[in-house]
Design a protein around this ligand. Structure first.
Ligand code: SER
Length: 323
C-alpha cells in the first residue's frame, strides 16, 4: 500500500514510517522541515517538502503520489501553539482542510487523523469516554476537535474512510515538539544527561500518557480494522496515568541518584489541569481489539537505555531541547 505521512519529521512520524516500511508499505514522508539524516530515516524512503497551509502544494503532492492512505500528523502542539495561536490555526485547521480536500479531489481511500487529550477541557470526570462536551482551552485542542468533526463530515458526505485516535501524551526517545506533556519526557532526557530536572508542573499533576511503541501500534492497527466493525470515526486509546511524582519515582529507580524537582509554570500547569486524568478506551478495545502493552515501569525500563544510546550517538540531538 502507498502511504503518505504529513508532519513526518515530528515525534510520531519517523517511528511510524519505520513501522510502515517494516510492514511492507511504500511510505512517503513529507514536512516543512528538511529530510532527517540517514541515521534517523532510511535513505530509501522518499521525502517531500510540504507546507500543509499551501492548498496548491498539498493538492499537487497528493495528485502526484496518489496514496491509498494518508496519515495527517502535521500540527503545532499545545504549548508551542499558545505562543502563536494564529499560526497554529493556519497549520492545524487550514492544513487539515487542505488535506481533506486533496483526499476528496484525488479519491484517496483512507485518512488517519491524530487527535489528543487536548480535545478535552475542564469540568469533566477524571476518566472520560469520547462523547462528552468538548471545550478545549488551547488552540491546538480547538483545531483538533474541529479536525475530528470535519473528518467525520467528509466520511458521511463523501465516503472518505476517515479514522483517528485521541492520543494521550506520547513519550519516546526523541526530541519532543512543544507539547505540554513534555515534562514527562524531560524527566528521562535530563535525568540521563544532567542527572537532574525541574519539572514545569506540580508533583500531583496527572494526565494520560503512552509509550510511543503502543502509539505506533494503534496507528497501524486502526486502519486495518474492517470498517463494518467501527461504530465511530475517532477513538480514545489509553495506557497509564501516573502522577508526575510517580514518573519521577520510576525514573529514579532506573537512574539512581537522579534529582527531579517541581517548579510549576502557571500557563502550562493550567493547560495540564484542564485535561482529564485518564481516557476510557472501551470502544477501541471492543471495536478493533486495541490493547496497550507498556505500563509506566515497563516504559522506563525500555526507554532509559534508548535515551542513553541517543545521547551517546548524537549529543546534539537532544542538546538544545527547550523546556
Ligand atoms: N502531547 C500533546 C501536547 O502536550 C498532547 O496531545 O500538546
Amino acid at each position: 500500500m502507498r502511504v503518505l505521512v504529513t508532519g513526518a519529521g515530528g515525534q510520531v512520524g519517523l517511528d511510524l514510517i519505520a513501522e510502515l516500511c517494516a510492514g511492507g508499505h511504500e511510505a512517503h514522508g513529507s514536512d516543512v522541515v528538511a529530510r532527517p539524516g540517514a541515521g534517523v530515516l532510511d535513505p530509501a524512503v522518499p521525502w517531500h517538502g510540504l507546507d500543509v497551509t499551501d492548498p496548491e502544494r498539498v493538492d499537487g503532492l497528493v495528485g502526484e503520489i496518489r496514496p491509498d492512505r494518508i496519515y495527517h500528523l502535521a500540527a503545532i502542539l499545545s504549548a508551542r501553539g499558545e505562543i502563536n495561536p494564529q499560526r497554529t490555526y493556519l497549520v492545524n485547521q487550514q492544513g487539515t482542510w487542505n488535506v481533506l480536500e486533496a483526499c476528496r479531489t484525488h479519491g484517496v481511500e483512507q485518512l488517519i487523523f491524530t487527535s489528543t487529550i487536548a480535545a478535552y477541557g475542564p469540568g469533566l470526570p477524571p476518566t472520560v469516554p469520547e462523547d462528552v462536551p468538548l471545550h478545549p482551552t488551547t488552540m491546538y485542542g480547538v483545531t483538533k476537535v474541529a479536525g475530528e468533526l470535519l473528518g467525520e463530515y467528509y466520511h458521511h458526505r463523501y465516503g472518505l474512510d476517515f479514522r483517528g485516535v485521541r492520543f494521550p501524551g506520547l513519550i519516546s526517545a526523541s526530541l519532543p515538539g512543544g507539547g505540554t506533556s513534555d515534562y514527562a519526557l524531560f524527566m528521562y532526557v535530563d535525568g540521563v544527561r544532567h542527572g537532574a530536572y525541574q519539572a514545569f508542573c506540580r508533583a500531583d499533576t496527572r494526565i494520560p500518557l503512552m509509550y510511543m511503541p503502543d502509539g505506533i501500534r494503534a496507528l497501524v492497527e486502526l486502519p486495518e480494522a474492517p470498517r463494518s466493525r467501527l461504530r465511530r470515526c475517532i477513538y480514545n486509546v489509553a495506557a497509564f496515568s501516573p502522577s508526575a511524582q510517580q514518573i519521577a519515582d520510576s525514573v529514579a529507580r532506573a537512574i539512581p541518584g537522579v534529582r527531579i524537582g517541581f517548579e510549576p509554570d502557571p500557563r502550562r500547569q493550567a493547560i495540564l489541569d484542564s485535561w482529564p486524568d485518564a481516557l476510557d478506551d472501551a470502544a477501541a478495545r471492543a471495536d478493533w481489539g486495541w490493547q496497550c502493552r507498556f505500563d509506566l515501569d515497563a516504559m522506563t525500563d525500555d526507554l532509559v537505555p534508548r535515551v542513553r544510546e541517543l545521547l551517546e550517538r548524537d549529543p546534539d540531538q537532544l542538546g538544545n531541547a527547550p523546556h
